[in-house]
Ligand binder design. Structure first.
Ligand code: PLP
Length: 415
């Protein structure tokens, strides 16, 4: 693999080969990550990267766009088919730029948005004070109900009635339950708010019919394409026809320059994969694996947030195990298990050393791991968390992890 890089750029090659090894030999539990197919990788590395194509299919500013038009049209029609959407824009460079393009399309400076609080699972781009967007617009953020683990729809309704936001935003990165889009719609309708769903994490599960589909109930959907959808790193906006023109103009020329057509070609490849029956089976297994991990972690006394999982991820407060999220992450890394430290709702600790860890099953399920492997992984996690300073034990587990991983090749990596 990668002979040309080896010849021309040996330092890059060395790091790349170490990364190939890391991805092959480790257990990847970061819920926003996945492994793309060899075909998606080929599209990403294709000559489409050489082409400028500002504008949209059939109305480009440059010549020679007939082939990029073909792949962009394919990506759009497949995206619409996956979600049952009226309109798709596949040019956003990633999830955050997709959200920003929507805000720019629909909001004036000083307008209000109601979205989900970061420590309850929301995303930075939903109005966290550190983001540039929070200086332009007024964000109000609802939380979840401790007793039920559900989104606090009553609080959401109060905020909507009080602040009359232009956008009511749902969607999350560290929350493990589904969303009642009908209820969200009825709340928004009380004041005429536009409903936006950011499905960056769960898009693949929605496309496969494994989670509620927001399309019939919301106006705008944003997503990444590299998480559960298992495509290239990128973003996408879906919307009702009514908003199509405003969204397209906002993405280009409003916010971005030339689209990355190699990336859009890879989206077209990934979306075709996502439409296959095998992908539906994959999405089912992602959920089954997460449920199995939940069951095993509960047996071992772990404090699962939001009363469990209905998707691909789990948020766990590790305080009762005598460690912080950061300590758990570092020790697990030494054992070949990658996940991320994460804030828990209203976390008393800091974002750099929070109380929780977040883990998910999209990547390991792509490798073909099933319930039996989930059991082994939870056993390893538990041993690590109970012995974070025992370097010998961590090294021993790393060996066992590597051995198991050998039987589950990563797509796109030839060893
Ligand atoms: C991951 C994520 C994003 C940001 O996507 P990037 O590609 O990292 O910019 C936005 N919203 C949600 C809910 C996410 O989970």
């Amino acid at each position: 693999m990668y002979e040309n890089i080896q010849k021309e750029a040996p330092e890059v090659y060395k790091a790349l080969m170490r990364e190939v090894e890391r991805q092959s030999k480790g257990i990847e539990l970061i819920p926003s990550e996945n492994y793309v197919s060899a075909a998606v990788l080929e599209a990403l590395g294709s000559v489409f990267t050489n082409k400028y194509s500002e504008g949209y299919s059939g109305r480009r500013y440059y010549g020679g766009c007939e082939n990029v038009d073909t792949v962009e049209d394919l990506a759009i029609s497949r995206a619409k088919e996956l979600f049952g959407a009226d309109h798709a824009n596949v040019q956003p460079l990633s999830g955050a730029p997709a959200n920003i393009a929507v805000y720019f399309a629909l909001l004036e400076k000083g307008d209000s948005v109601v979205g989900m609080d970061l420590s309850h699972g929301g995303h930075l781009t939903h109005g966290h004070p550190v983001t540039a967007m929070a200086h332009l617009y007024n964000f109000y953020r609802y939380k979840t109900v401790k007793e039920t683990g559900e989104i606090d729809y009553d609080e959401m309704e109060k905020m909507v009635l009080e602040h009359k936001p232009k956008i009511l935003l749902v969607g999350y990165s560290a929350y493990s339950r589904d969303i009642d889009y009908e209820r969200v719609r009825s709340i928004a309708d009380k004041t005429g708010a536009i409903v936006m769903a950011d499905i960056a994490h769960i898009a693949g599960l929605i496309a496969a019919g494994e989670m509620n589909n927001p399309t019939p109930h919301v106006d705008i959907i944003t997503t990444t394409t590299h998480k559960t959808l298992r495509g290239p790193r990128g973003g996408m906006i879906l919307c009702k026809e009514k908003y199509a023109q405003a969204i397209d103009k906002s993405v280009f020329p409003g916010f971005q320059g030339g689209p990355h057509e190699n990336n859009i070609a890879a989206k077209a490849v990934a979306f075709l994969e996502d439409l296959q029956p095998e992908y539906k089976e994959y999405a089912k297994q992602v959920k089954k694996n997460a449920k199995k991990m939940e069951e095993k972690l509960k047996e071992k006394g772990y404090d699962i947030m939001f009363k469990g999982t209905e998707n691909h991820l789990l948020l766990i407060d590790v305080t009762n195990k005598g460690v912080t999220g950061k300590e758990a992450q570092i020790a697990l890394d030494k054992a070949g298990i990658t996940l991320n430290k994460n804030m828990i709702p209203d976390d008393p600790r800091s974002p750099m050393d929070p109380s929780g860890i977040r883990l998910g099953t999209p990547a390991i399920t792509t490798r073909g791991m099933k319930e039996g492997e989930m059991q082994r992984i939870v056993d390893w996690i538990d041993q690590v968390i109970n012995n974070i300073d025992n370097e010998e034990l961590l090294a021993g587990i790393k060996k066992e992890v590597e051995e198991m991983c050998l039987s589950f090749p990563v797509p796109g990596i030839k060893m």
